[in-house]
Structure formats: structure tokens, C-alpha cells
Design a binder for this molecule. Structure first.
Ligand code: UDP
Length: 236
């Protein structure tokens, strides 16, 4: 038995980058695809929101003088590259997958239609949401919270490079303590770097817990699905 049946997994662009400074590491993507394939074999309905920070970040380009909205659209298009790369890796593991984009790109992906996304999930297809929310000035973290609410996911999995949320930076402070659980309000008032504030507020409003855990530990997604304590859980 698993604790969760329908899960929204947020993968940052950096998660696909591995130790490269930029872009996509095919080996890392292959590992993630293998892990997801294990999850799917347990009958879990999985939707994924991918970021694009490994390729392009709107805020960074805007700070160098680019028009912010244009930069954000470029960032959203970058997420589609990640989505398609992940789809390819999943399909090589025989995982049926659909990419749905919030900006229409009909030659390469389906447009985002909520009911269609839910139908794909019911049929056991992994749904990958590309192009963020389709709106500049937002992030893929916020998109993850939004899509989770829309598709009635029971939980958001925020896969990161650390095994949870700490009271101070564990890289700098050897006595840093990891939280087992946190409230949305604590995260918001202390500005803890779990997801951005808009994403936390959306999850709070819709009562969707957020599980923060280390993606690089093999089997962690499935452990989290089974309700094991693999990181920090943020809830009400
Ligand atoms: N973005 C956007 N609207 C959205 C989602 C993303 O404008 O709804 C843009 C924004 O420029 C952002 C970029 O896409 O910097 C990549 O997404 P994000 O930074 O969230 O990716 P991650 O940090 O997860 O890799």
C-alpha cells in the first residue's frame, strides 16, 4: 500500500544538469527516468513540472538588461526542452508519457488542457507539464502548486539536492538541524527556501502538503510515496 496515489513531482532544471555547469546531463536524466519507471510500476499516477534554470532564467537575463516578460517567455520555452528530453528518457524505459505545454507548440507537444491531463493520469501515463504556467513573472515552483491543485494531486514532491529543510545552511553550519515537519506559516514567516512564497501560499490555501527530499538518493521517490520520512514535510 502507498500513502499517495496521485503525486505532482517538481523537478528543477538543475536536477537534470547533474554536475555540469549548464544544460542537461543524459546520465542524470536516465537515472531519473529509471527511478520514475519504478514508481509507475506501483500504479502511482505521476505528473511532473520541470523547471528551466539549467538553460535560462528570466530574472537573471532581466538583471542584465533584457525585457523581463520576454526573458520569462524564453525561460518557459527552455522548460519545454527539459520536458521533451525527460519524455524521451522515460519512453526508453517503456513509460508512456505525454508532454502538455502551457504555451501552444502543437508540433511537439499537446496543449495543456486540465481534463486531458487528468485522463492521461487515469490511464497510467506520466504527464509532464512544460512551459511553466504560461505567464511571465511566475516560476515553475508556483506552476507545480497550481497544477497540483488543478489535477487534485495529494502532495507536491519538491526534489532537491539536500535531504530536507534545515534551520541554517548545513554546508556552513555543522550543527544545522533538519526539520522533520514544518507549517506553511513557519516557512512563509521565516522565508525558508522551500519553494517561493507564491507556491507555498497556493499549497496552503488548497491544503496540499509539500515533501522536500533529496532526489539523488536512489529509491527516495518511492519511499516518499509510501509515506516514509525521507526529508521535510510542509503542511497545515
Ligand atoms: N517562467 C515563467 N513563468 C512560469 C514558469 C517559469 O516566466 O510560470 C520562466 C522564468 O523566467 C524562470 C524560467 O522560466 O526563470 C525557468 O523556470 P524556473 O526558474 O522556475 O526553473 P527551475 O529553477 O525550477 O529550474
Amino acid at each position: 500500500m502507498t500513502t499517495y496515489q496521485r503525486v505532482l513531482l517538481k523537478l528543477s532544471g538543475e536536477a537534470l544538469m547533474g554536475n555540469l555547469g549548464y544544460g542537461i546531463d543524459p546520465k542524470v536524466v536516465a537515472d531519473i527516468a529509471q527511478e520514475i519507471s519504478d514508481v509507475i510500476s506501483h500504479g502511482i499516477q505521476l505528473a511532473i513540472v520541470v523547471g528551466g534554470g539549467n538553460i535560462f532564467r528570466g530574472v537573471k537575463a532581466a538583471s542584465a538588461g533584457m525585457d523581463r516578460a520576454t526573458a520569462d517567455y524564453v525561460g518557459m520555452i527552455a522548460t519545454v526542452m527539459n520536458a521533451m528530453t525527460l519524455q524521451d528518457a522515460l519512453e526508453r524505459n517503456n513509460v508512456p508519457t505525454r508532454v502538455l505545454t502551457a504555451i501552444a507548440m502543437q508540433e511537439v507537444a499537446e496543449p495543456y488542457i486540465r481534463r486531458r491531463a487528468m485522463r492521461h493520469l487515469e490511464k497510467g501515463r506520466v504527464v509532464i507539464f512544460g512551459a511553466g504556467s504560461g505567464n511571465p513573472f511566475f516560476t515553475t515552483d508556483t506552476t507545480a502548486a497550481l497544477r497540483a491543485a488543478e489535477i487534485e494531486a495529494e502532495v507536491v514532491f519538491k526534489a532537491t539536492k539536500v535531504d530536507g529543510v534545515y534551520d541554517s545552511d548545513p554546508q556552513l553550519n555543522p550543527n544545522a538541524r533538519r526539520y522533520h515537519s514544518l507549517t506553511y506559516n513557519h516557512v512563509l514567516t521565516h522565508d525558508l527556501r522551500v519553494m517561493d512564497g507564491t507556491a507555498i501560499a497556493l499549497c496552503k490555501e488548497n491544503n496540499i502538503p509539500i515533501m522536500v527530499f533529496d532526489l539523488s538518493v536512489r529509491g527516495n521517490i518511492l519511499r516518499a510515496i509510501k509515506g516514509e520520512s525521507v526529508g521535510t514535510i510542509v503542511g497545515g
